[in-house]
Design a protein around this ligand. Structure first.
Ligand SMILES: Nc1ncnc2c1ncn2[C@@H]1O[C@H](COP(=O)(O)OP(=O)(O)O)[C@@H](O)[C@H]1O
Ligand SMILES: [Mg+2]
Length: 363
């Protein structure tokens, strides 16, 4: 049922301001792609161009093999769901879902059977005669999803559809939407600023920042091999520590923090070993080992325990390194018993630590 969506070097300027810059991605038929980024990064603007509500300043959009750049929204046959459910308040649930079919002038009997199926699909079979105001937020959003799916669009666009729901309901709906998308085989472009949501739902995620797609990758790659400090920081919890390179030693690359602390990392790939160049290492909390004594032959990064937060299955320890109170997060077993003020040592795993050169214009 799904069709591919190709976005080719698409730009959008408002006045002199580029809200979307050279967006390029080919979304396969039946794929679930998320646009993930902070507020103002251009996600909605890009989605509105795919929908046909906004015209690109330059570039092309193809659905299947057809160039739809100049095709108006109502001829693109795309389903769309917004954060504000945008239901018609004076129409019943049934009439809301029937609306796109009436616009397409389907026969009454056909409309009834299709709306019935759509109601089943979103588990609202018995609520067809209610008005939107008589439904909970989660139910209203299900109606919006049913209305977007009822005419069997090959492509479905959703813009932060779960943003107004509480956490538990949001997580339930994430699974429901993902299941629906998979069972129908519809191509999905899904906008969210919630990295967890993007990682759990998507086949691939395009991370947007300042109107640019910084990285497009499957969730695992995005998490394990972030392509930039921005992606590293935005997706999952990441420690970013400013360092300079000192030397290569028997126990790996010797580095120095901005505060002057020296430490070595075994197996760290350093492509430009230039002591003058400021760099950042990026390490996930679960890849750093914490110990009370340095029992390795290398130089470990010394820090002071700031706080331990018990999180059920593990404990997150905040360790202060350096004179400017930089905090490094380390994930330890749940029973770890570090006390604030204690000295501890951090051991980095070079194969799971990224190194970024960073100039003044990078973050
Ligand atoms: N119609 C518009 N006129 C001027 N600026 C706009 C317009 N729409 C969006 N923008 C700007 O473009 C940028 C991207 O907006 P948007 O796509 O809504 O971001 P996001 O959905 O990622 O939060 C923002 O800086 C926003 O202020
Ligand atoms: Mg938006």
């Amino acid at each position: 049922m799904g069709q591919s969506v190709e976005i080719k070097d698409v730009w959008k300027s408002f006045g002199g301001f580029d809200a979307v810059r050279s967006a390029t991605v080919k979304i396969q038929a039946g794929e679930f792609l998320s646009l993930l980024g902070p507020s103002g990064s251009g996600k909605s603007t890009l989605l509105m161009m795919v929908a046909g509500f906004l015209q690109p300043t330059s570039g092309k959009i193809l659905i299947g093999d057809e160039d739809v750049t100049a095709v108006p929204a109502n001829r693109r046959g795309i389903g769309m769901v917004f954060q504000k459910y945008a239901l018609f308040p004076h129409m019943t649930v049934f009439e809301n879902i029937a609306f796109p079919l009436k616009m397409r002038k389907l026969r009454r009997s056909e409309i009834e059977s299709r709306v019935g199926q759509a109601l089943d699909l979103v588990k609202l079979r018995d609520l067809g005669s209610r008005l939107p105001i008589q439904l909970s937020g989660g139910q209203q959003q299900r109606v919006a999803v049913a209305r977007a799916l009822v005419f069997e669009p090959p492509v479905l666009l959703m813009d932060e559809p779960l943003g107004a729901l509480d956490k538990k309901l949001r997580e339930e709906m994430q699974f429901e939407i993902k299941n629906l998308q998979q069972s129908l085989g519809v191509t999905m472009v899904y906008v969210t600023h919630d990295q967890e949501e993007a990682l759990t739902m998507s086949d691939r995620v395009a991370v947007m920042n300042h109107g640019e797609m910084q990285q497009i990758a499957d969730p695992k790659t995005l998490y394990r091999e972030p392509g930039s400090p921005f992606v590293a920081d935005f997706v999952g919890k990441m420690n970013l520590i400013e360092v300079t390179y000192v030397d290569q030693t028997a126990s790996g690359a010797l580095l120095k923090t901005a505060g002057g602390n020296r430490f070595s990392i075994q197996n760290l790939a350093v492509s430009t070993p230039d002591p003058e160049r400021p760099m950042k290492i990026a390490a996930r909390p679960e890849t750093i080992a914490l110990s009370r004594r340095n029992e390795t032959s290398g130089t470990l990064l010394e820090g002071t325990i700031h706080q331990c937060v018990f999180m059920g299955s593990m404990t997150m320890v905040q360790v202060i390194v350096g004179p400017e109170d930089e905090v490094v997060y380390v994930q330890t077993e749940a029973d770890a018993s570090y006390k604030p003020g204690e000295v501890a040592y951090l051991e980095f795993d070079g194969s799971r630590t990224s190194l970024f050169a960073h100039g003044p214009d990078e973050n």
